[in-house]
Design a protein around this ligand. Structure first.
Ligand SMILES: [Zn+2]
Length: 285
């Protein structure tokens, strides 16, 4: 699944390739990716045809392209979605779902999605912030992210810190991989309850999340060429620098203890049992 740094790489790619370009035609090859547009695919296409993209924005893992009308095209990549910029006439991808042709006859924008958990929608008046995503918190790379507010909110919650890191209402863009990496950096076990953490511990895990995201962004930012705006759902380019996630049985690079994997919300959590000791059980009162 694309994590925030990869979505940011896509946003930057869109910013350099589709801004100030006017849509000449929209071709919906499969209806599922536009299922959230209740008026149907033909209406979706009609509302975007003739419009010009004026920016490329992101909140968490959502992307949106504001239009010259003040409306916007909202996109979520889901598990396997890709935004590709391809030359006109390039062979269709096997999982091509939506194609945007431009009035300048330049490269097309293509939405390719094998599993189709992602999708596109037209959002009326959504240029500044689509109504569909107002409930999503800012991400820690966002200049307007409020650190003090995040720390205070975490310290009022009884849930484990990993679960809180994945709560899009508190902080967005931290997926399973980045949560495990941030917790390893902060030397915190994911089951440590928010209301038992010291302020400095929450600040430390927030700094860890920023560090691992910034590192991934640095690597991802160099992994795509000028015409190919791509998200690799496997995020293979980043695997080599992971310290905890996916490292079961390998030595922790700080203390040498084998990294452990446990089940977590239908997925897995990876941590060092020495650097990140389990919390003691909460005393029942
Ligand atoms: Zn360790």
């Amino acid at each position: 699944m694309p994590e925030l740094p990869e979505v940011e790489v896509v946003r930057r790619g869109l910013e350099s390739h589709v801004l100030h370009r006017t849509v000449r035609a929209v071709e919906v090859l499969h209806t599922r990716p536009v299922r959230r547009h209740l008026a149907g695919p033909a209406d979706f296409a009609a509302r975007l045809t003739g419009r010009t993209f004026t920016a490329a924005r992101r909140r968490g893992k959502y992307l949106w392209l504001p239009l010259d009308t003040g409306d916007a095209l909202l996109a979520h990549l889901g598990m396997s979605g890709q935004m590709l910029v391809q030359p006109v006439g390039a062979p269709d991808e096997r999982h091509l779902r939506v194609r945007f042709r431009f009035a300048d006859d330049g490269p097309e924008l293509r939405f390719v999605d094998q599993r189709m958990f992602g999708g596109l929608s037209f959002t009326a008046g959504g240029a500044d912030l689509p109504v569909e995503i107002v409930h999503i918190a800012r991400d820690p790379l966002d200049a307007a992210f409020d650190d003090a507010r995040f720390v205070a909110r975490v310290r009022k919650r009884r849930s484990g810190i990993k679960r809180l890191l994945l709560d899009q209402g508190l902080i967005s863009g931290v997926g399973n991989i980045y949560a495990d990496e941030a917790l390893w950096l902060a030397r915190l076990h994911g089951e440590r309850p928010g209301d038992r953490l010291r302020r400095a511990e929450v600040e430390s895990v927030l700094a860890g999340a920023r560090e691992v995201m910034a590192q991934a962004l640095g690597e991802g930012g160099t992994s795509f060429d000028a015409l190919y705006v791509n998200v690799n759902g496997e995020s293979g380019y980043f695997d080599r620098s992971l310290q905890a996630y996916g490292q079961e049985g390998r030595a922790c690079s700080r203390c040498g203890t084998a990294i452990v994997r446990v089940a977590f919300m239908n997925r897995s959590s990876y941590f060092c049992p020495v650097c990140q000791p389990r919390p003691r059980a909460r005393r029942t009162s």
